[in-house]
Design a binder for this molecule. Structure first.
Ligand SMILES: Cc1cc2nc3c(=O)[nH]c(=O)nc-3n(C[C@H](O)[C@H](O)[C@H](O)COP(=O)(O)O)c2cc1C
Length: 222
């Protein structure tokens, strides 16, 4: 199973989202899945922000593009290829100011590409990432679960659902670890424990369908 694993926290060793995403990959391996990881740290290899040249080039059809336009789109083309070649996508990020880290927004701007990750078929938008399993692991300082004072402030989950829904991701899984900062130690420990349990559940689900898929391919070729 080829996984495109993307981390987006500004923190490194101290980052909870990075630790949780590593844990998830480990869980999958422990479940017996043969995992191949394509890794991207968007805080190190940050996709370029949208420029005027990109905004023009992306909406030209492939056959209309100049060499300069093609060069402008090269990095974005490569990122789209990595997404489309993966069987599963694991995106880990903290909430920053109620939404996503800007480096991850730059990633979304790079991979939302007409003619590549979505196509217009007779006026209908058809997202191309419809075979990939997708997991978002988010970490939040506050507790935004229903009933809490900040629950109406979650601009992260809807933004991720919309952006990835547009390019074909219809049923993403979310594991939101919260509260991890603006709370006492006991609440933080409980939040991490909940996240670990939820990640183990997602890994078990993914492993069950992947092992069944591999089994049926092997049976066909036997
Ligand atoms: C610049 C910045 C902005 C933040 N904004 C929010 C926020 O709007 N809501 C929230 O709940 N937590 C916020 N936090 C807290 C982080 O989301 C939280 O500490 C998270 O666990 C960090 O994940 P990490 O350990 O992977 O870096 C913010 C943290 C930083 C550094």
């Amino acid at each position: 199973m080829k996984i495109f694993h993307v981390d987006a926290s500004a923190k490194r060793e101290r980052s909870n989202s990075r630790a949780l995403s590593r844990q998830f990959i480990e869980n999958l391996r422990r479940e017996g899945v043969d995992v191949e990881v394509d890794y991207l740290d968007v805080t190190v290899d940050t996709p370029p922000h949208v420029t005027e040249a990109f905004a023009i080039a992306t909406y030209h059809q492939e056959h209309e593009r100049t060499d300069e336009m093609r060069a402008t789109l090269t990095a974005s083309d490569a990122l789209c290829k990595r997404l489309l070649e993966a069987d599963a996508l694991v995106f880990a990020m903290p909430m920053y100011n109620w939404s996503m880290p800007s480096a991850f927004k730059a990633f979304i701007d790079s991979v939302t590409r007409p003619g590549i990750t979505y196509k217009n078929e007779n006026g209908n938008i058809v997202g191309q990432l419809n075979r990939q399993k997708v997991l978002f692991i988010t970490t939040r300082g506050a507790d935004l679960r229903p009933g809490n004072v900040f629950s109406s402030m979650d601009a992260l989950t809807p933004a991720l659902r919309a952006a990835f829904g547009f390019i074909g991701v219809s049923a993403p899984r979310f594991v939101d670890a919260q509260p991890l900062q603006f709370s006492d130690q006991q609440a933080r420990n409980e939040a991490l424990k909940r996240a670990h349990t939820e990640l183990a559940d997602v890994a078990a689900d993914w492993a069950a369908s992947e092992l069944a898929r591999v089994g049926s391919v092997e049976a066909e070729t036997a």
